[in-house]
Ligand binder design. Structure first.
Ligand code: GDP
Ligand code: IMO
Ligand code: MG
Length: 432
């Protein structure tokens, strides 16, 4: 039913500052698709999926960092595309978790031979770079993401295809880590790292594949694909709140560069937006709530990072961000998530314009100083008290919640096609 709606080649991306609830929707749609592919980012991502065990009735939580969030559906093939940066020990830990739940993984996980490998020294450098920034810290996830993409861009990265040739791989690792130790002045036991990588060869080598060819042949033979975005488009290296961004392109363009499948193949693109906004790490957040309402959203919404456990900053829905995000990516539909968390608020606000020196800005500005000096104009609407966590249809939502959804739809200029009313798979309204 969902595939009929989204078509054979669909993509799901984070439309705000990350943690919008990508994992949940990807898990839901994956039940009807053949292949799930990640294209960008690395283990900075933390995608949560809650699943009810049909036997025990217990709800189990999974957090995916590198594995696509469709991994819990045994019929799927999970692809980690060339645009990702991959810390192999983390990948193996995740595979172990799903194997322990009784799921088959052999032959189901494919790692692009063009993927850049992320080593422990990238994490050390991430920490050093952050420390050197003082109060201008980005607040990274400390997973080595920026330093690994730096090596990629400066053309000294080590790729999965290098790993296939043990002597080439080990020589490169010695050379690159030696250079970085000199440059950044840290100690690092590369021989210990090499010894570890020898022990995992047998598990990793069979996963490495030319996923460009695999994905194109799959498309040619009629298979269906879900592209799973990571992070969020407001963290995009080009279009986000630079320098408070990640080091890749979470926007729709990243799916093409990160897999080699042109965006023209997409039959739909769903942007995920929380019904309010959160951000973790430093950087501008115009509608941030530093008051009781912000605290309520954080506690009720469980707004603590899935990767780092850090408290997330919370604020009102920002339609300036939403419009910018929609223009940048051309969503065919929006999944509004966590509407249930707003239950109980007497009134709800939506940021609708930024004013700078008395004038309304046309769009989200590049200059963070200008953003800092801007004020946000809000509209206010009535909230709702009714428990909506069991709603399965739009008509079952209280009138005030429906008014809020309708207003957001108007402001974003894109249909809201899914509405999340709870953490579990079954707590999703699929709009007709
Ligand atoms: P992702 O990085 O975009 O996959 O999102 P995260 O997993 O980091 O954070 C989203 C959190 O919100 C997770 O704990 C999800 O289980 C939860 N979540 C997703 N959708 C909903 C929803 O509609 N309602 C509630 N209450 N929680 C949700
Ligand atoms: P998912 O996929 C939320 C943020 C970090 C930091 C900035 C740079 O779970 O939505 P990095 O480690 O990438 O160099 O950090 O980007 N960030 C995320 N915030 N969700 C994410 O991923 C994020 N990935 C990166 O907090 O502000
Ligand atoms: Mg997350």
């Amino acid at each position: 039913m969902i595939k009929e709606k989204l078509g054979r080649v669909t993509a799901i991306i984070g439309a705000q500052w990350g943690d919008e609830g990508k994992g949940k929707l990807v898990d839901i749609v994956s039940s009807e698709y053949d292949i799930i592919a990640r294209a960008t980012g690395g283990a900075n991502a933390g995608h949560t999926v809650y699943v009810k065990d049909p036997q025990t009735g217990e709800t189990k939580k999974y957090v995916f960092h590198l594995l696509p969030s469709g991994a819990l559906h045994e019929h799927t093939i999970c692809v980690i595309g060339n645009g990702c940066v991959v810390h192999l020990p983390t990948l193996l830990e995740e595979i172990d978790v799903i194997q322990k739940s009784g799921l088959k993984t052999d032959g189901r996980i494919l790692l692009s031979d063009r993927v850049h490998l992320l080593f422990d020294y990238h994490r050390v450098i991430d920490g050093l770079q952050e420390a050197s920034k003082g109060d201008k810290k980005v607040g990274t996830t400390n997973r080595g993401i920026g330093p690994c993409y730096m090596d990629k861009a400066s053309r000294k990265g080590i790729r999965a295809c290098d790993f296939l040739k043990q002597d080439v791989f080990e020589a490169k690792l010695r050379e690159v880590s030696g250079g970085l130790m000199k440059q950044y002045g840290f100690e690092y036991d590369v021989e210990k790292e090499i010894a570890y990588y020898r022990t995992i060869r047998d598990r990793i080598v069979p996963m490495i594949k030319d996923t460009f060819v695999y994905l194109h042949e799959a498309l040619e033979s009629g298979k269906s694909i879900v592209f799973e975005g990571a992070n969020g488009v407001m963290l995009d290296l080009d279009h986000g709140t630079y320098p408070y961004v990640t080091s890749s392109n979470p926007m729709v363009g990243g799916l093409g560069t990160g897999t080699g499948i042109p965006n023209s193949h997409l039959t739909s693109l769903t942007g995920i937006m929380k019904a309010y906004v959160t951000r973790v790490g430093a950087g501008p957040f115009p509608t941030e709530l530093l008051d009781e309402t912000g605290n309520m959203l954080r506690e009720k919404g469980g707004e603590y990072g899935a990767t780092t456990g850090r408290p997330r900053r919370c604020g009102w829905f920002d339609s300036v961000v939403a419009k910018y995000s929609a223009r940048m990516n051309g969503y065919t539909g929006i999944n509004l998530t966590k509407l249930d968390v707003m239950t109980g608020l007497k009134t709800v606000k939506i940021g609708v314009a930024y004013k700078y020196e008395g004038k309304t800005l046309d769009s989200f500005p590049a200059d963070l100083d200008m953003l800092e000096k801007s004020t946000v104009e809000y509209i206010e609407m009535l909230g709702w008290d009714e428990d909506i966590s069991g709603a399965t249809k739009l008509e079952e939502l209280p009138q005030n919640a429906r008014n809020y959804v309708k207003k957001l739809e108007e402001l974003i200029g894109t249909p809201i096609t899914f509405i999340g009313v709870g953490q579990r798979r079954d707590q999703m309204i699929v709009k007709k």
